[in-house]
Design a protein around this ligand. Structure first.
Ligand code: ATP
Length: 251
């Protein structure tokens, strides 16, 4: 990790149910470092809304990062988007082209899902915020691997012309980028990252459907606002959609 070593405390374990759950249960004390839990195998990897995240011991990198934000940090809604942007920039840096972001939290390459991100927040009494950011990256899916996903799935082995980096090397690249963007987020909020996010928006100016707890809403995706909310141009005008538990689908 070189110069990053003093900012991160990394535990790399064989197996756990979910790295997000383990880190949230353990909730390490604040020693000034960001705690990272990497697991070769997750037996119950989670996505949003109880969905499953699948991974393979040799073919995936799955980890969670605990990042503490001081009281007064700008709205946390944009953190999923900030994490997605950090992952996208890492992938571009190692030579992947065609990286796009699907609001709020997916990273796609040529329209197929390569990375899943799950951000869970735990506000403290002093109004500071502990954010647990879970990231799962498909490095090389085993032949015949079946992932339940309508939009298609890809891995780094397909997205790169050269062999993918080792998992420790990929983790180091990711942590460096996450640190840079979260440090910026802590002082300037999502506003500072908005245009970089929008440049990679997979559905800019395209018709989409937002569905979740309430009735589905259709509209044209007009980008995101300073909090990371989606701006949906509907028959009733622009609606601001907060990530919460809603999903976006192309129409
Ligand atoms: P979406 O809008 O893409 O359905 P989401 O953001 O609501 O996703 P997530 O919580 O990010 O979903 O991820 C869970 C979903 O990702 C699962 O329902 C499954 O379809 C898909 N998935 C699970 N494992 C993988 C994987 N290794 N690679 C790609 N997609 C996966």
């Amino acid at each position: 990790l070189g110069p990053l070593a003093s900012r991160f405390a990394i535990a790399w374990i064989d197996s756990c149910a979910s790295t997000n759950s383990s880190l949230m249960e353990r909730m390490p004390g604040d020693d000034g470092r960001a705690h990272v839990l990497v697991a070769d195998r997750q037996t119950a990897g989670r996505g949003r809304r109880g969905r499953q995240w699948q991974s393979w011991p040799e073919g995936s990198l799955t980890f969670s990062l605990l990042w503490r934000f001081a009281a007064g940090t700008p709205a946390p809604a944009g953190l999923s988007l900030a994490a997605g942007l950090a992952v996208a920039r890492t992938l571009e840096r190692i030579g992947v082209s065609g990286v796009q972001l699907k609001w709020p939290n997916d990273v796609l390459v040529n329209g197929e899902k390569l990375v899943g991100i799950l951000v869970e927040l735990q506000p403290a009494r002093d109004r500071s915020l502990a954010a647990v950011i879970g990231i799962g990256i498909n490095i090389s899916l085993p032949p015949g691997a079946h992932v339940e996903h309508h939009a298609g799935v890809t891995d780094l082995a397909r997205a790169l012309e050269s062999p993918p980096p080792s998992r420790p090397a990929l983790l180091a690249h990711l942590l460096a980028e996450l640190q840079q963007l979260f440090d910026l987020y802590a002082v300037a909020g999502f506003t500072a990252l908005k245009s970089a996010w929008e440049q990679r928006n997979a559905f800019a100016e395209l018709p989409v459907r937002i569905s979740g707890e309430h009735a589905a809403v259709d509209g044209i995706c007009r980008g995101v606002d300073d909090d990371g909310a989606l701006l949906l141009d509907t028959a009733d005008g622009i609606q601001r959609i907060l990530a919460g538990d809603v999903s976006l689908r192309p129409l």
